[in-house]
Design a protein around this ligand. Structure first.
Ligand code: SAH
Length: 257
């Protein structure tokens, strides 16, 4: 077994589950799930096949509780530590990559502070894989030589909006549906061209994937008309033109048809 593929009793592995498709899990993720005594999983992690991957384990949904409230982060941290201390092999299965938002570093810190051995298994992040599933490369020679991944959980500050508008590369916003209007208007106010192409990709890499493509100035309306909701990845920049059918979509919207 490769180093990192063994889960010792009394230890925790933070495992990236990728963007939601079962076959976008890593080999290491599946190996560790196969050794787990308990799996704490999130809403966005692929879980349909947990019964096959970890038939021996107890599965605990910490993404929501009856009444639809998330288990508070502090409590998740305590659950990881107490399970490991009681001698269990613990997998914490998270959506995408454990260290791209999602508070993975806090879980690692809690384990380290408690003296519990903890490892991190990278996962395929939605920041790159979800645009790709819609046919959009985050970089492309001649179109974009950088990409910035940012959370839209809270409205972007004026300073951040100004920086993104100046940068000239691709902007990828996670958790950005609720603040879409603020983001689009702010980028235009700070000088990004109103006809910059934008894509919103809902439930990327899954059978329910939906894509909405529109110029920056129209994306909020287009997304609302299409009824797009979270989880979705917002991609802003010239690379969106590479998506199949993008040019036609952008022309139609600009003509108002
Ligand atoms: N650690 C995760 C991100 C957690 S933040 C990762 O690396 O992918 C949660 C956000 O990720 C969601 O609000 C959404 O913006 C994005 N996301 C995750 N999976 C997604 C999917 N299959 N389709 C679209 N967006 C997704």
């Amino acid at each position: 077994m490769a180093p990192g593929s063994v889960l010792e009793p009394g230890s925790v592995a933070l495992v990236g589950g990728g963007p939601g498709a079962a076959d976008l899990m890593t080999v290491r993720a599946l190996r560790l799930l196969g050794q787990a005594d308990v799996v704490f999983y999130d809403r966005l992690a692929p879980t349909d096949e947990l019964a096959d991957w970890a038939p021996q384990a107890r599965w605990v949904d910490v993404g929501k509780r009856p009444g639809h409230h998330r288990v508070p982060q502090e409590r998740i941290n305590r659950l990881l530590v107490s399970s490991a201390r009681s001698g269990l092999r613990v997998v914490r299965l998270k959506g995408g990559d454990p260290f791209v938002f999602g508070r993975g570093s806090e879980e690692v810190a809690a384990c380290r502070e408690a003296g519990v051995p903890v490892s991190v298994v990278p996962g395929i992040t939605s920041a790159v894989s979800v645009p790709a599933a819609a046919g959009i490369p985050v970089t492309a020679r001649g179109l974009s030589s950088s990409f910035t991944v940012i959370t839209g959980h809270d409205p972007l500050s004026e300073r951040t909006l100004a920086g993104l508008a100046q940068l000239g590369g691709t902007t990828v916003v996670l958790m950005g549906v609720g603040t879409l209007g603020h983001t689009a208007a702010g980028l235009i106010r700070h000088g990004l061209a109103p006809d910059t192409p934008v894509a919103l990709v809902e439930r990327g890499c899954t059978p329910e994937q939906r894509v909405c493509i529109a110029p920056l100035e129209e994306i909020q309306l287009a997304a609302a008309v299409a009824g797009l909701a979270s989880p979705a990845v917002l991609v802003i920049g010239e690379v969106v033109r590479v998506a199949p059918g993008a040019e036609q979509h952008l022309r139609e919207l600009v003509r108002g048809t």
